[in-house]
Design a protein around this ligand. Structure first.
Ligand SMILES: *Cc1c(COP(=O)(O)O)cnc(C)c1O
Length: 218
């Protein structure tokens, strides 16, 4: 679907939720997409992108950022501690802070580098065994620990279990953010971003609806 149509749907969902236009940041998830497609979306004016792998982002975004002013790339995939420094250099925001050890590493590097991207704490709202994210009962303590380390924690992020109604997960995340005094909610993908906006999403991560199917992209 063309980018302007996705933006129109975001605006409609904002209005339906009684929220001001532009309240929601659309993150165009460009992972695995050919550069020509990403460039086309940049040419349409999109500036906020999402990538789930540090290596892949490092391969394409420094060039694009040099050519298109105002680009911000957000990390939305799991991060190994040994890639934290590279991630802090590349990304404007990291949505996948999910453990104390990583928070401690970020804090140490932030001191050293004199900068730190915005952080979202990822929550495994479905308590799925294989999935990244802290468990729901760990959120408050991880947020508090990250704040005590002076990390700029701006919100929470979730990826609801596939094949279930995401609405209860969005509601759960919104409740956790509210009780922790966090304004940011990174939730909603191609199939459910309007539902996420109805539940208060401030950042929606939309890939295939903008760029087309990832498997057909090559
Ligand atoms: C790939 C990905 C998305 C985008 O998914 P689509 O269904 O293509 O919109 C969103 N969030 C995360 C964490 C992802 O890895």
């Amino acid at each position: 679907m063309p980018l302007p149509d996705i933006i129109a749907r975001v605006r409609q969902a904002e209005a339906a939720a009684g929220r001001p236009a532009g309240d929601v940041t659309l993150i165009a998830v460009s992972k695995v997409q050919p550069n020509a497609r990403v460039e086309a979306v940049l040419n349409e004016g999109q500036r906020v992108f999402g990538e789930n792998r540090v290596q892949e982002a490092a391969g394409k975004w420094p060039d694009f950022a040099a050519r298109f002013a105002g680009v911000s790339v957000h990390l939305i995939g799991p991060l190994q501690t040994n890639k934290a420094r590279q991630a802090m250099d590349l990304f404007g925001a990291i949505h996948t802070l999910d453990r104390l050890r990583l928070a401690e590493t970020f804090a140490r590097l932030a001191q050293e580098m004199g900068k730190c991207p915005d952080m979202f704490v990822q929550v495994n709202t479905g308590s799925e065994p294989q999935k990244a994210g802290c468990f729901p009962d760990e959120v408050d303590s991880l947020v508090n620990a990250a704040r005590a380390l002076d990390l700029p924690v701006v919100g929470l992020m979730c990826i609801p279990p596939a094949d279930f109604d995401p609405a209860p997960h969005f509601a759960m995340l919104a409740g956790m953010a509210a009780r922790n005094g966090l304004a940011g909610l990174s939730m909603g993908m191609s199939g459910d971003f309007e539902t996420a906006i109805a539940h208060g999403a401030t950042h929606v991560r939309v890939g295939s609806a903008i760029f087309g199917d990832r498997t057909a992209a090559h």
